[in-house]
Design a protein around this ligand. Sequence first.
Ligand SMILES: Cc1ncc(COP(=O)(O)O)c(C=O)c1O
Ligand SMILES: N[C@@H](CCCC[NH3+])C(=O)O
Length: 436
Amino acid sequence: MKINVNEQGHLTIGGCDALELAQNYETPLVVYDVAQIRQQLRSYQEAFKQQQISAVVSYASKAFCAKAIYQVVQQEGAHVDVVSAGELATALAAGFDPQNISYHGNNKSLAELDFAIAQQVGVLVVDNFYELTLLQSLLHYKYPRQTIQVMLRITPGISAHTHEYDQTGQIDSKFGFDVNSGQAEKALQQVLQNPQLDLIGIHAHIGSQIMAVAGFELLVAKLCQLAHAWQQKYHFETKILNLGGGFGIRYTDSDEPLTAQQFVEAIVQTLRKEWVNSDSELPQVWIEPGRAIVGNAGVSLYTIGSKKTIPHVRTFLTVDGGMGDNIRPALYQAQYEAVLARAPLAAAEQTVTVAGRYCESGDVLISQQALPATQPGDILAVLATGAYGYSMASNYNRIGRPAVVFAEEGQGQIVVAREEIVDLMHLDQDYVKENE
Ligand SMILES: Cc1ncc(COP(=O)(O)O)c(C=O)c1O
Ligand SMILES: N[C@@H](CCCC[NH3+])C(=O)O
């Protein structure tokens, strides 16, 4: 993993000394290196440019959602996708252009669809027949003069080689219209019959943390076959093929992720090959990377507290956060690496299990981590926590979620405040039994 250090030998993030960040903003703290976020967005955009193909990079904001990230993504000229009214409202509050937002979700409510239409969201990605029915009646009764742009999310029947919980494109999936059983075609017929629905593209997403191009090549081939078949049968010409996200990143030194260029090259080459006999125009390619944009840019800073050595078994080193701010090790057996922020390059002297502070034996962030000697009060930096860490955080044990800092060119700035105990209690009501 790439570690940056300053003259004192301390870990730096976005040019800021990690110890100073921890001191100024307290721990647990999630810090993003903003330049790295920009760099990742650009690497996908530039890879498509190199392939001389029209493309849109749409950041999947479920990976990390806060006003600040929408602002950075907008500065970089990328789109975003959202999956809830909450993510949409945050993007709008950040000043994100609604035209560059796509709205996903496998159970969008009527109120959410209404909100998205009223806010003139660029694309609604229709996932199922129930949604289609809701959408059609909403348009008919409330927005009779409006046409909205939609994509159809299909289930391509491709299994990405990744964690079972991270697969979404296989037939047995809750997402999208299944192609093999004819549901996708039925949805297409329904959409084409409604003049208020402007079908601009076909969407599919095969999974997350994907480390090979094969799944994307199969997906592109499948979508192209579908597009050709629908063109012949229904004269429907798709303007866009949206391939979803899923591009894998390095969590530990044993991960060997592909570069943006490698993924994009494989995608575009397959597309050109599959499109060669078509007389319709090459569609625009959209991708929706989430993890690949923010994962490696994020670092979680914790303060080390208790240490428990069980002779001949293990040493637990406990930090002031854990599964409440990063559920991924407990949920997916996800692996991470950590360094001591005051001496990230120092030689290891011990191997410890990094445990969290939550009342759960499974609250272990790293099962085996080599570290130099540590003292209580030392700052431990867990690397590559930027995706699905803060966004999946909970208030288990009534512990507030950490603060989030954006660091760039040596300047750190709080972009999400720490959740305080009063914040946690503000929804509570006294229970008063009547007649007492
Ligand atoms: C439709 C869709 N697009 C994009 C993503 C982002 O995935 P990732 O963070 O793996 O790039 C997801 C989540 O898996 C998704 O469901
Ligand atoms: N939360 C998952 C990724 C889910 C992607 C959304 N479909 C993870 O942390 O790996």
